[in-house]
Design a protein around this ligand. Structure first.
Ligand SMILES: [Zn+2]
Ligand SMILES: [Zn+2]
Length: 127
C-alpha cells in the first residue's frame, strides 16, 4: 500500500534519481542506464550479467509473462533474466541495451578525448 501522506512522485522526479531495476544502484554510481517502459532501468553491469545468463540458459521462455522492455511474451522471446523486483529482460533486449550503452559510452569517450585535446592545446599555447 502506498503512503497516503506522501505525494505520488512524478515520472520526472523518478527519472532524476533513476536506479537500475536489477542492482538498485543509482546511475551516479553505475553509469548510464537504459530506460524501458514504465521507468524500468538496467545498467551496463546488469546487462552484461543478463547476456551471460542468456547465453547459458537456452530455454524456452514462460507463457503468460512478458519482457519488461519489449513487452513480448516469454514464449516468443525465450527465457528471461529476472530481477528481484520482478523486472525481466529477454535476450534480444539485453543485446539491444548493450548496443545502446556502447554507443553512449563511446560518445562520452569521444567527448572526453576532445576535452583532453583542448586541455593540451591550451597548455601548449601558453608555452
Ligand atoms: Zn544494475
Ligand atoms: Zn525484450
Amino acid at each position: 500500500m502506498s503512503n497516503p501522506y506522501e505525494a505520488p512522485r512524478t515520472d520526472a522526479q523518478l527519472r532524476q534519481d533513476a536506479c537500475c531495476s536489477y542492482c538498485e544502484e543509482s546511475y551516479r554510481d553505475v553509469g548510464p542506464l537504459v530506460e524501458g517502459p514504465d521507468l524500468v532501468y538496467i545498467c551496463e553491469k546488469c546487462c552484461d550479467e543478463a547476456i551471460a545468463t542468456h547465453n547459458e540458459m537456452k530455454q524456452p521462455g514462460p507463457a503468460g509473462q512478458w519482457c519488461s522492455f519489449c513487452r513480448k511474451e516469454g514464449v516468443v522471446t525465450g527465457a528471461f533474466f529476472t530481477a528481484e523486483s520482478g523486472v525481466q529482460t529477454c535476450a534480444e533486449c539485453a543485446d539491444l541495451v548493450q548496443h545502446i550503452l556502447e554507443q553512449e559510452l563511446n560518445y562520452r569517450d569521444a567527448r572526453n578525448e576532445r576535452s583532453r585535446e583542448r586541455n593540451l592545446q591550451t597548455r601548449s599555447s601558453r608555452n
